[in-house]
Design a protein around this ligand. Structure first.
Ligand code: GLY
Ligand code: MN
Ligand code: MN
Length: 445
C-alpha cells in the first residue's frame, strides 16, 4: 500500500515576517539601522558545495531562502523601511543552479519595500545609511564588521560637514534572540511537525534494528524517514551508539556493529522548514531489556517523566535540572552505584561521574537555540511559547568498582516540550519511551 505523507503545516506567512521586523525596529533608538546577511554557500570539495542552510537570524526576519543576500532595516524611512539586496537574475547561472528569485519577486513575494541586485549594493548602501548613527549588526561576524567599517569610512566626510553618519556599532543578535525564544503558533506548528517526523524516524529504527546491523545502517533508517517526510536534513549529526558507544556524548562515527544483548542510544532529529526536532531514545538491540539495563533505564525514565511533568510557566530550567539530579542520584544509590546519603552525594557532585550534561536547552531554528538562560543573574522563569528539551541520561563507566552488569551502559531519553499557558505540550510524544511500549513495538514487526 503506498504510504501517505503527514499533513504539512502552513508555511510562515509574509505578514508574520513583517511583524517580526516591525517589532525589532520598534526596539531600536532613533537614527539606527540594521544589517543582517544571509548565509553563504560553503565549498565541500572543488566545484561541489555543502547543501545550503540559511542563517537562522536572517531567516527569522526575512524568510528569504537564498545565499548572498543582505537585509537592511531603516526604521522611520519614508520611502520604505525594509530593503533587500539579493543575487542578480542570470540565465547563464540559473541553468546550472536553478531559478533565482531576483529583486522584483523579492518585493512581490517577501514583503520587503525595495529590493536591488547585489551589483548595485556598493553605490546604494552608503546612500541608504545617510542620517543613521548606530548600525546594528551581528558583532561576531567578521565580514559584517568589515562592511560596517568600510561604510563608516566612506560616510566619514559627511560627518565633517556636521551630518549624522554611522559612528557606533551595536550587537543586533540579543534583540533578535530574545524574540526567537518565544515561538508563535505558526512556529509551534512547524516544530510539532519536525517532532512528529523525528518521532516516526525513531519508531522506524526500533522496528528495523537487529544484532549484526552496523550503526550507520540504523542511521540510514532514521534519515530515510526524515527525507521521506520532507525534513530534508538532520537538524544535527545523527548519533547512533551501540553498547559503550552510548557513553560518548557526541559519538557520530556510527560505524560499529550492533551487538546482541547491548542497548543502542539514538539521538536524532529532522529539520523541517529550518525548525529542529531533537529526540533521544535508548532501546535493546534484540528487543528485550536485560534486568540490569531495565533497572538503569527505569531510573532515567522516571527522572525524565518527572522533569517533563515539571515544565510549567512558573518554574526554571535550573529547578528542573535540580529535580533530575535528585532523582538520578537517588536511583544511583538505590542500585548501589553510589553510597551514602542523598544529600551528601548531591552536595559532593559525585553523581557527575554518571551524568555530566545539562538537562535542557532551548530548541527552535537552531538545535541549541538562542535566548539567554539567565536574566539579571538569575535562572530565567519559563514562559508560554518557549520550547525546550528534557534529556537526562546515565553513562556508566566500564570500571572495576562498578557491578559488572551495569558496566558500559549509556542511557539518555530526550523529548521536546513546549511551555503553554497552563503547563506544557510534549511535541515528541509519538516516540515510545516506556519499556513495555518499546518492547511491544519491537516485537510487533
Ligand atoms: N542532539 C543534541 C542535543 O541533544 O543536545
Ligand atoms: Mn538536545
Ligand atoms: Mn539530542
Amino acid at each position: 500500500m503506498p504510504r501517505t505523507a503527514l499533513p504539512r503545516p502552513a508555511a510562515i506567512a509574509s505578514a508574520e515576517y513583517r511583524a517580526r521586523r516591525r517589532a525589532l525596529m520598534a526596539a531600536l533608538p532613533a537614527h539606527s539601522a540594521v544589517l543582517i546577511a544571509a548565509a553563504s554557500l560553503v565549498t565541500r570539495n572543488r566545484d561541489s558545495e555543502y547543501i545550503f542552510r540559511q542563517d537562522s537570524d536572517f531567516h527569522y526576519l526575512s524568510g528569504f531562502p537564498e545565499p548572498d543576500a543582505l537585509l537592511v532595516l531603516l526604521p522611520g524611512r519614508d520611502a520604505g523601511e525594509v530593503v533587500l539586496f539579493c543575487q542578480e537574475k542570470d540565465p547563464s547561472q540559473e541553468v546550472w543552479t536553478g531559478v533565482r528569485i531576483g529583486a522584483a519577486a523579492a518585493v512581490a513575494d517577501y514583503g520587503v519595500d525595495e529590493a536591488y541586485e547585489n551589483a548595485s549594493r556598493d553605490v546604494l548602501l552608503p546612500e541608504l545609511l545617510e542620517g543613521r548613527e548606530t548600525l546594528y549588526l551581528p558583532l561576531d561576524n567578521g565580514e559584517m564588521l568589515a562592511l560596517a567599517e568600510s561604510l563608516r569610512a566612506e560616510l566619514a566626510p559627511q560627518a565633517r560637514r556636521g551630518e549624522r553618519t554611522p559612528r557606533a556599532f551595536a550587537d543586533v543578535a540579543p534583540l533578535i534572540h530574545e524574540r526567537r525564544l518565544i515561538k508563535s503558533e505558526a512556529e509551534l506548528d512547524l516544530m510539532r511537525h519536525a517532532a512528529r517526523i523525528s518521532a516516526q524516524a525513531h519508531r522506524r529504527a526500533m522496528q528495523n534494528v537487529s544484532p549484526g546491523l552496523l550503526e550507520y545502517q540504523l542511521q540510514a533508517e532514521l534519515e530515510h524517514e526524515f527525507v521521506w517526510h520532507g525534513a530534508r536534513a538532520p537538524a544535527y549529526a545523527t548519533i547512533v551508539g551501540g553498547g559503550e558507544n552510548a557513553c560518548v556524548l557526541h559519538y557520530i562515527e556510527n560505524s560499529a556493529p550492533l551487538r546482541d544483548g547491548d542497548l543502542v542510544l539514538i539521538d536524532a532529529g529532522g529539520e523541517f522548514d529550518l525548525y529542529a526536532g531533537d529526540i533521544t531514545r535508548t532501546f535493546p538491540v534484540n528487543g528485550r531489556f536485560t534486568p540490569a539495563q531495565r533497572e538503569l533505564y527505569e531510573v532515567v525514565l522516571e527522572a525524565q517523566c518527572r522533569a517533563v511533568a515539571a515544565v510549567t510557566p512558573d518554574t526554571t530550567l535550573r529547578a528542573i535540572h535540580d529535580g533530575v539530579v535528585r532523582d538520578l542520584t537517588a536511583g544511583l544509590i538505590r542500585l548501589g552505584l553510589l553510597e551514602g546519603s542523598l544529600e551528601e552525594r548531591i552536595a559532593d557532585d559525585s553523581y557527575r561521574r554518571f551524568f555530566l550534561h545539562a538537562t535542557s536547552h532551548w530548541l527552535g531554528l537552531d538545535v541549541h537555540d538562542v535566548g539567554t538562560y539567565r536574566l539579571d543573574g538569575e535562572p530565567r522563569v519559563l514562559a508560554p511559547g518557549m520550547v525546550l528539551t528534557v534529556e537526562p541520561g546515565l553513562y556508566i563507566p566500564d570500571a572495576e568498582d562498578i557491578p559488572e552488569a551495569y558496566r558500559g551502559i549509556g542511557i539518555r531519553i530526550e523529548d521536546d516540550v513546549a511551555v503553554t499557558a497552563t503547563g506544557h505540550d510534549v511535541l515528541t510524544a509519538d516516540a515510545p519511551k516506556e519499556v513495555a511500549e518499546i518492547e511491544a513495538l519491537m516485537h510487533d514487526r
